[in-house]
Design a protein around this ligand. Sequence first.
Ligand SMILES: N[C@@H](CCC(=O)N[C@@H](CS)C(=O)NCC(=O)O)C(=O)O
Length: 206
Amino acid sequence: MREEEEEEIFKFPMNTLDDLNTFNSLISENPDKQKQLLNPQHTVPTLVDGDTVITNSHAISIYLVEKYGKNDALYPKDVVRRTLVNQRLFFDEGTMFQILYLTMTYSVIRKEKIPELNKKRAEEAYKFLETFLKGQEWVAGNSLTIADLHLITTVTTLNILFPFNNEKYPNIVKWVERCQALPYYIENARGLQAYSNTVTSLLSKL
Ligand SMILES: N[C@@H](CCC(=O)N[C@@H](CS)C(=O)NCC(=O)O)C(=O)O
């Protein structure tokens, strides 16, 4: 591959599985290039703030509140409240998002049928969330935190792949409505609409 072609690969995001495979073999054959990459995992989001590079969305949110937040409301300093926020963030990262990631990567993008197990795991995750929300307005208590901002994007996206039954999950439905009423919810709505347009048409072909 010519140097310029190689540069192109590093400039543009991956669009198809072939791009990803080319990219992976390129970096595994080229350790120097790997070191130059801001994010060797090649995932979004990646935040660059001066000399600081952060490559995980949850770590990014924590960093932004800690460094630039006017107060600690979104990520409380109180150890017990913070631990609960962390638990919900790790639930998003390790449970809710993983179902979305595995379904997209191994089924939808490859145009393969979605395994029944993924559907069961999504249902299980919705049940956990429904329980977390019992008797409280937000996922980590009665005030909005970064855990809500993360989970709302994952849950609304997962809901396109595995629509949940509103009657079974009243706490989730009310929480989604609360999130939709936030003045900046439009940021999620826009991406969600674009995702929905693409994925709904892919799903119809599986
Ligand atoms: N848990 C990570 C997930 C990052 C991630 O997997 N992002 C996806 C897009 S939502 C991505 O960049 N996928 C491309 C890939 O895995 O190559 C985070 O919160 O940042």
